[in-house]
Design a protein around this ligand. Structure first.
Ligand code: ZN
Length: 237
């Protein structure tokens, strides 16, 4: 534990990556608040998982009870209104595949830029200057808004635009999925790994009915594939 005597705001979606980031932040910062975004995502099960994960974290890790503060959910329905992504429900028929742009059809243009802007605005109001996000450019499905360079550029724009000095922490940026599972174990042992397996939702279809060693999911979509492959490598270590 490094011990940072400042509050942090974690972008917490209810998926594996952001849950690992939340634990990472709880282990470091003096207080931690969370923010999630309702943007009409196809995998709405992810949003439903958030309060369950927060409750389990409080129950399983008494040392984090006082650190884990308020949870915020912000509507960002503009992404759904824009549509054009297989992840937003305005185009329910759009298959998950590589699109004409060369990017996966699950790419939601501007999503992380909007998320970071909204999170920073909330943080600004709360007097918080540390943001934590699960963006990762290692196994990133080709999303350009997960790149370290994008996040750094957005951070610079936020500093200028709000006349503030934000620090955006992306602890998973250079980790692959195997290393993300290992990081969870390092922070919270097998209890945290089990919580992530049991409660977090990564699947693009939001499937919660089929259970695998790595958690629930359709087992077919790219997000499930990535999670399963990472878990298999982690379990075989
Ligand atoms: Zn899936």
């Amino acid at each position: 534990m490094t011990g940072i005597h400042s509050p942090a705001l974690v972008l917490f979606s209810g998926g594996q990556d952001s849950t690992t980031c939340l634990a990472w932040a709880l282990d470091r910062f003096s207080s931690v608040e969370t923010v999630g975004f309702d943007y009409g995502q196809r995998h709405a099960a992810e949003l439903a998982a958030r309060p369950i994960i927060l409750e389990r974290l409080r129950r399983l890790f008494p040392q984090w009870q006082a650190t884990l503060g308020e949870d915020h959910v912000l509507p960002l329905e503009v992404l759904r209104a824009i549509g054009g992504s297989a992840l937003t429900t305005s185009d329910p028929g759009l298959p998950i595949e590589t699109g004409a742009s060369g990017l996966p059809t699950t790419f939601v243009p501007g999503r992380n830029i909007l998320f970071l802007s909204a999170a920073a605005a909330l943080a600004w109001r709360l007097g918080i200057r540390h943001l934590v996000g699960g963006m990762c450019e290692t196994d990133y499905s080709g999303y350009p808004d997960c790149r370290d360079e994008t996040i750094k550029a957005v951070g610079r724009a936020l500093d200028l635009g709000m006349d503030a000095q934000f620090t955006i922490h992306t602890p998973l940026m250079h980790l692959d999925k195997k290393a993300t599972w290992s990081l969870a174990e390092e922070i919270g042992g097998s209890a945290l790994v089990e919580l992530i397996i049991g409660e977090t939702v990564t699947c693009y279809e939001g499937c919660r009915t089929v259970r695998h060693p790595w958690g629930c999911g359709c087992g077919i979509c790219p997000a499930c594939e990535l999670r399963a492959r990472g878990f298999e490598r982690y379990a075989a270590r």
